[in-house]
Design a protein around this ligand. Structure first.
Ligand SMILES: [Zn+2]
Length: 146
């Protein structure tokens, strides 16, 4: 069975190794998919990616826009409940990967980049063990049940 690829040059559409190297799918939301970033410099960092390949928010119709922000908001509450950050940061960049996605980055006082914009691709990256990723994914999935 061949899968439908909306944009084969986009790793969110392609859903192949490039995506898997960067993030782990944690849940399907209303109009988007929740991914946990493998780089966990900021504990709980994740991405909410819209399910269709669109570049800009204004390309969503009113209902999609509403549901996308509901998805983002639900994940934000979950991150706040589970990880207790000082503040959540939100970022939509997409210069290089234009598929609409929002970075949700828990920031912690007296920790990396507090009071500053988070770096999209920090060096060095902070990777976890497979078990620790599974634990984060499990916590997120449990939190989404509430
Ligand atoms: Zn795409």
């Amino acid at each position: 069975m061949s899968k439908v690829i909306e944009n084969s040059s986009c790793f969110y559409c392609e859903k192949g190794m490039e995506l898997e190297n960067l993030m782990i799918e944690a849940a399907k939301l209303q109009v988007s998919t929740l991914y946990v970033n493998k780089d966990q410099t900021h504990k709980g960092r994740c991405i909410v990616a819209f399910n269709r390949h669109v570049k800009e928010l204004f390309q969503l119709d009113e209902k999609e826009l509403h549901l996308f922000f509901e998805d983002v908001s639900k994940v934000a509450k979950l991150l706040n409940d589970v990880f207790r950050p000082g503040k959540l940061n939100y970022g939509i960049y997409g210069d290089l990967v234009s598929h609409l996605h929002m970075h949700l980055v828990p920031k912690y006082e007296k920790s990396s980049e507090w009071g500053e914009a988070f770096i999209n691709s920090p060096t060095p990256k902070h990777f976890l063990s497979d078990m620790d990723y599974e634990e984060i994914v499990r916590m997120m999935q449990a939190g989404l049940q509430d």
